[in-house]
Design a protein around this ligand. Structure first.
Ligand SMILES: O=c1ccn([C@@H]2O[C@H](COP(=O)(O)OP(=O)(O)O[C@H]3O[C@H](CO)[C@@H](O)[C@H](O)[C@H]3O)[C@@H](O)[C@H]2O)c(=O)[nH]1
Ligand SMILES: [Mn+2]
Length: 747
């Protein structure tokens, strides 16, 4: 397993006096503790499985053996989840980089700053408002970096003139914004975020603010009208570009390629005659008869189009809602790519996804701290973190075969080593760019299978990173104290669950493919990395133990059937130990990653809610797809916020106000557990007879009930629009009734 070098010095620098270091890392101090804990917990897991085996063996009735079998199933899956998570705890490291040394190192090695191509994906002007996309683009155009080396490509899968118009406006505004940022050395280079912050007001900043607001008003007007009115169009070129929407029958799923070069750094010097980056708008051709492979498809078109226009060796992929929060980020990432000793096998540098606008205790745990901030540290100590779709710098070469075996693309112009000799706007470049953006271009090529971003999963990011790492590319997790990027996260429960549902379908796509991490992954990357990827892929499966634990102990309790060890039994304490120890370790990890107890509580609650909703529905829909019964697409997460909804989110109240079957299982669980708790306690108080046998079941019901408090509130106490729809409540109650009756018949 490739281990990173402890400190990377420039070889020449070691002999000279200036030993400048670009990056270093430390192993986390808790590692030895993690390993000891893992050893102890392994014994506990084995003991528990042995206990279950004994139970099944000694079972006298069909009922008791099937109950034991269910518990064994649940605990085996949980045990696998726990064991595979050890890859994240085995050797976590934290890196630091020194961008301030970059310039000297580059000079001393007779190098130059490399060119960087930045890709921004957007797919729907109504779910992803263009003004937001524009802010993301401006924030990266204003990086502290030689502007002539930067090209920003915007991919619009929404095929919308509204987005193109917004970018025409942005191109003009960039001419003011970029020099303004440099002049005043401001840190916040997304204008929206800058004006939202308490910036120091000056005549300069007030002027810029007016320009920004003018742009915003124009973009919003056009949005309201749904098309770009004549009065907004300036000049021939805009007319020609926007005219394409009038002359073609233009729909999102069916339209020709549109490539519009909006800024060219050689041509468009801005106000203070300092350079601007290239800015290119691209909407690839779409046809209803051709699969377009969602975001992965969009990214591959970007890889090709940028190859013929600028062909930078470094690529940054960004989602439209992830703006840059630190102008040094590009240099920071280069600290890993530029150091001469950095293994030629470095494929990508991933920054964490961090979100702004979360409410105080992160009600829906949209932060995904474990996924985006904690686990990557662990993988980084092995072969590197998984790719999370945004905030990731790639070596272009990594998209063309493994580190030692380059796969030549079918056109020499697409090759990472191809040198461009004509300007971006020249006729032949434009013609070629249009040709490689067509929707049937990829037929009979390796794009999506061996080249570029990989197709076949709704989590193209996870899948692509995984395949690259299987090929032998390693990656690096770069997590500076100032978040490099800040993104939007869903502010309503249904959006959040929709997102997790899409992810779980995508993860299962990978689990059940011939590249399954359980087999192929472990073979190509080794046990720990393979298990790490399996942990994610198998996440949706963890809905099974949660469903079992949410219903079986409770229904048994209602019928007075004991399924766990007695309080006086030693096995009882094994259960208690395992529960508390796992929870405590999770809490400690969370706190050490700057989390709070409340946020951790919400996180574990969301974990349960997800297991009984999105993961369950995701697994179900995946099965339909697997059996060819249904086709599934990429449902975009909305980035617009309804006022009332935002208000409730800020107050921290759960949002159930949509009629959706996805809420039914969790509502059922809430009802069953409450009843079981009450019945269990009454039994205990009134009869005392077999309370010690049922104690564990009462405890579990109690724990679930506490977690479900917001659901009872939403069902019974609330009157706002976010309350549980009556239909959901009634349906859930009926289903619970049926469950009780059926389970009463069984014995
Ligand atoms: O056909 C499509 C669908 C989506 N997108 C873009 O993909 C990005 C991510 O979509 P979003 O709805 O925000 O999904 P999230 O669930 O928030 O995204 C996470 O999960 C995705 C995989 O499911 C990754 O692609 C993302 O990078 C990762 O942040 C957005 O910029 C979209 O514009 C496209 O370009 N074309
Ligand atoms: Mn997103």
């Amino acid at each position: 397993m490739g281990r990173p070098n402890k400190t990377i010095h420039h070889p020449a620098a070691i002999t000279t006096s200036t030993a400048l270091c670009l990056h270093t890392y430390d192993q986390l101090r808790r590692t030895p503790f993690n390993r000891v804990f893992a050893a102890v917990y392994t014994c506990a897991v084995l003991a528990l499985l042995y206990h279950h085996a004994l139970q099944i063996f000694n079972a006298t009735t069909l009922l008791s053996s099937s109950l034991s079998l269910l518990l064994l199933t649940a605990d085996s899956i949980l045990a696998f989840q726990w064991a595979s998570a050890q890859s994240f705890r085995f050797r976590p490291i934290r890196r630091r980089e020194f961008p301030e040394n970059l310039e000297t190192v580059i000079r001393e090695t007779d190098n130059n700053y490399p060119a960087v191509d930045i890709f921004i994906c957007t797919a729907d002007p109504y779910k992803e408002p263009p003004i937001g996309v524009v802010n993301t683009a401006l924030s990266v155009m204003a990086y502290d970096y030689p502007a002539e080396k930067v090209s920003v490509y915007v991919s619009d899968d929404g095929g919308s003139e509204l987005t193109l118009f917004a970018f025409m406006e942005a191109a003009k505004f960039a001419g003011h914004w970029l020099p303004f940022c440099r002049r005043n050395n401001i840190m916040q280079r997304s204008p929206e975020a800058y004006f939202r912050s308490n910036y120091t007001s000056s005549p300069d900043s007030e002027n810029i603010k007016i320009l920004y607001e003018n742009m915003q008003v124009r973009i919003e007007h056009v949005m309201e009208q749904g098309k770009v009115g004549k009065e907004y169009i300036e000049g021939e070129e805009q007319l020609r570009a926007l005219g394409k929407w009038a002359t073609h029958t233009f729909t999102r799923q069916d339209h020709p390629t549109i490539i519009q070069v909006l800024l060219i750094n050689e041509r468009d010097k801005n106000m203070t005659s300092c350079a601007v980056p290239n800015l290119i708008y691209l909407s690839r051709e779409k046809s209803k008869t051709q699969p377009h492979n969602f975001k992965a498809g969009a990214l591959n078109v970007l890889v090709r189009v940028s190859a013929v226009m600028t062909n930078a060796p470094i690529i940054l992929t960004l989602d439209c809602d992830m703006y840059s929060n630190d102008p040094q980020t590009l240099k920071r990432a280069l600290c890993y790519f530029m150091g001469p000793s950095m293994a030629p096998s470095l494929g990508y540098v991933q920054f964490p996804q961090i979100f702004h606008g979360l409410n105080k205790n992160d009600l829906y745990s949209s932060e995904y701290k474990r996924l985006f901030q904690i686990n990557p540290l662990g993988l980084d100590g092995l072969q590197g973190p998984n790719y999370v779709g945004t905030g990731c710098f790639f070596k272009r070469r990594a998209l063309f075969g493994n580190p030692s075996c380059f796969i030549r693309p079918e056109l020499p112009e697409l090759s990472p080593d191809h040198i461009i000799r004509s300007p971006i706007y020249s006729h032949d470049i434009q013609a070629l760019a249009h040709r490689i953006a067509t929707c049937d271009y990829e037929k009979c090529t390796h794009w999506g299978t061996k080249l570029g971003f990989r197709y076949g999963s709704l989590v193209e990011d996870y899948y692509t990173g995984y395949r690259l790492q299987c090929e032998g590319w390693r990656s690096v997790f770069c997590s500076p104290d100032t978040p490099a990027y800040l993104g939007d996260s869903p502010v309503s429960l249904i959006d959040q669950l929709g997102q997790t549902k899409r992810w779980s379908i995508g993860l299962l796509d990978v689990l059940f493919s011939k590249y399954s991490p359980l087999t192929f992954g472990i073979q190509s990357m080794g046990l720990l990395m393979g298990l790490g990827y399996s942990h994610y892929s198998c996440w949706p499966i963890s809905s099974i133990p949660y469903v079992i634990y949410a219903f079986i102990p409770q229904l048994s309790l209602l019928h007075g059937v004991s399924i766990f060890p007695k309080v006086t039994d030693l096995w009882f304490f094994l259960y208690i130990f395992m529960f508390l120890a796992a929870y405590m370790q999770d809490l400690i990890d969370y706190i050490l990653a700057k989390g709070t107890i409340q946020r951790w509580w919400n996180w574990q609650r969301m974990w349960m809610i997800n297991a009984l909703s999105s993961l369950l529905f995701g697994s179900f829909e995946f099965s339909l797809k697997f059996l060819n019964i249904a086709m599934l697409g990429f449902n975009l997460t909305s980035k617009v916020q309804d006022d009332e909804l935002s208000k409730r989110y800020k107050q921290g109240t759960f949002e159930f106000g949509v009629n959706s079957p996805i809420f039914v299982p969790i509502t059922m669980a809430a009802i069953v557990n409450l009843i079981a708790l009450v019945v269990g306690l009454l039994n205990g108080i009134l009869q005392r007879r077999n309370f010690d046998e049922l104690a564990m079941q009462v405890l579990i019901s109690g724990f679930v009930t506490v977690n479900c408090l917001p659901i009872y509130q939403a069902m019974l106490l609330r009157s706002d629009d976010g309350r549980m729809p009556t239909k959901t409540t009634v349906v859930s109650m009926l289903l619970v009734l049926i469950l009780c009756v059926v389970s009463a018949i069984i014995p």
